[in-house]
Design a protein around this ligand. Sequence first.
Ligand SMILES: Cc1ncc(C[n+]2csc(CCOP(=O)(O)OP(=O)(O)O)c2C)c(N)n1
Length: 279
Amino acid sequence: MSLRVPHSRTDPLKSLLRMERFPHIWCPGCGIGVVVKCFVEAALQSGIPVEKHVVVSGIGCTSRAPGYIKVDGFHVIHGRAIPFAIGLKTARPDLEVTVIAGDGDLLAIGGNHFLHATRRNDDINVILVNNFIYGMTGGQYGPTTLEGALTTTSPYGFVEGAFNVPYLASALGANFVARWTPLHTKELTNTMLEMFKVDGFAIIEVVSPCLIYGELNNMPPLDMMKWLKDNTIIDHNADLSKIDVNFKKPLVLGNFVRRYRPSHQTRLKELVKKVVGGG
Ligand SMILES: Cc1ncc(C[n+]2csc(CCOP(=O)(O)OP(=O)(O)O)c2C)c(N)n1
């Protein structure tokens, strides 16, 4: 029996999905597929020609996303999605460049790139799926693993503590910072639409706990989804220093930061104009 899903003539979203690659690799109940669906929906609604959208990823479960999205995509080495995306955007400013990658890719091995891209305010979009561990390699702890959490490499509890992603991105100077979950599809899609318009570094953290993380920490997948459904607060003006994730208090979501600092690419263009003239 063929597992291939036939092309739909009626569902426009499928025009931007590589249906021949389905079924996808993600576990049942994982939120990454929802993020892909929201991205495709936003890309279609954006009014930006499909051929101008490019998705870039590193390595990991989240980083498999470009493989299912029917726009130009680059699946580069682990931790290097951001520098690749910056190079692309700098050489081809007409492209709408979006990185879709995991917390390990962007904040562990790729942490240095994240830091400097945000400081420079590079004109790229980043969708960071925070699943709290290294999902693809079997559940090792990473820079967003919560203190006390059990992972395959912290069987007695994690002692390091986690990044608060929106607080970090805002402190580093990002022009746009948001946080949603895969249960907030409408908000996530609308936020992606807003992100496409930002000139500068724009980041959406999607809090989407890995099923392995849930299983190891007494929160099986369905309970985790119920928790996310019942324990989120939308507060666009939240004090970001207080919105660290902790499953013992409500999770704060929103579009937190909007700044209008010109991007690195805009400033480069202005500099070239000043030095050599022309556009
Ligand atoms: C240079 C390098 N180091 C390590 C790995 C092994 N590796 C593959 S994916 C991954 C981490 C994945 O975690 P994350 O980026 O959070 O993505 P997730 O799978 O959780 O979505 C690691 C360490 C690799 N592929 N390349």
